[in-house]
Design a protein. Structure first.
Lengths: 62, 246
């Protein structure tokens, strides 16, 4: 009984850990997408709106 | 989705605080220098923002006869008007950039799954500053408008590659206590500079004086340092709270 409980707790814990890894990785990807949009978009309007930010952050610009 | 939610809450709050703070720093640091550099840029007759790249330069040259009489108001895409509007768009872009970087940083905190506080966060922030500002600026220094440069796409590829290699190198050195990891980390950090950044076209000179360019580099590095120090410490401190209450 207690062995089973332990086993199921371990499975649940490793499942939760795997879930949190996926969620953390999703957050990292979302962050990269946001930075990419602001700093690297070739769309002229986005470039102009974020112009001073791009220069100050030394993103390759123009 | 509690982990994801904690990361997003942490990042949005951090991004708002850091974005506003850094916009204030830039308003007195980098922005006046950008505006000053633009006066030199605007003084050049058939100015084109992309005139520094060879292809765009040819395009501009080809288009010049037709638009010569219409200058100086050439056909440019929309941009915010100078003054309050421009400041607001810059602040919004700063906030978004800060939220983006905070998502990456907090996601990495969570992947490490160690207890984090403001101090650990600050060290992560310094790592971010080294990877995202210091390493790429060795090859591609912060530029004022009107500075000649290699084609944009080449520079973006080198920039992203350098940031990724430096971040991986720093992580290997910080988190793996093995000699091979330290060696590999150092190689990764040095490699982009051995390859070399795309060179600026020969025979072109910057429009703004070198003194102004130098002041801009100092201002940009200092503002980036403040950005990363705040981003790391605030996100570290907030993530600890959100995680505890999740």
């Amino acid at each position: 009984m207690s062995v089973q409980q332990n086993a199921s707790t371990t499975v649940a814990a490793s499942g939760a850990r795997a879930g949190s890894v996926v969620q953390s990785a999703m957050a990292v990807c979302l962050g990269l997408f946001v930075v990419g949009f602001v700093g690297f978009s070739h769309v002229e309007i986005v470039h102009n709106a974020a112009h001073d930010t791009r220069h100050a952050n030394a993103f390759p610009c123009h | 989705m509690s982990v994801f939610r904690s990361i997003v809450f942490t990042s949005v709050l951090t991004g708002l605080i850091v974005g506003v703070a850094v916009s204030a720093v830039q308003h007195f640091g980098t922005t006046p220098l950008i505006l000053q550099a633009e006066t030199y840029e605007n003084a050049v007759p058939a100015h084109n923002h992309e005139a520094a790249t060879p292809e765009a330069g040819q395009e501009a040259a080809a288009a010049a006869p037709a638009t010569a009489e219409a200058a100086p108001a050439e056909e440019e895409a929309w941009g915010p008007a100078d003054g309050a509007e421009r400041f607001l768009y810059t602040a919004a872009a700063n906030i978004l950039t800060a939220i983006g970087y905070a998502l990456v940083l907090t996601g990495l905190f969570s992947l490490r799954s160690k207890t984090i506080g403001w101090r650990e966060g600050l060290l992560w922030g310094l790592g971010g500053f080294a990877a995202v500002m210091l390493a790429p600026m060795l090859g591609l220094p912060p530029e004022l408008p009107g500075t000649p440069a290699a084609p944009l796409f080449d520079r973006q590829v080198w920039w992203i590659g350098t940031v990724a290699a430096t971040a991986a190198g720093l992580a290997l050195i910080a988190f793996q206590r093995k000699p091979w990891a330290a060696v590999l980390g150092i190689v990764l950090i040095v490699a982009p500079h051995v390859i070399g950044a795309p060179a600026m076209p020969e025979g072109e000179t910057a429009l703004a004086p070198a003194v102004l360019e130098h002041r801009f580099i100092v201002a940009a590095v200092v503002s980036s340092f403040i950005f990363w120090a705040l981003l790391g410490s605030i996100s570290g401190s907030l993530y600890r709270r959100f995680e505890a209450s999740a």
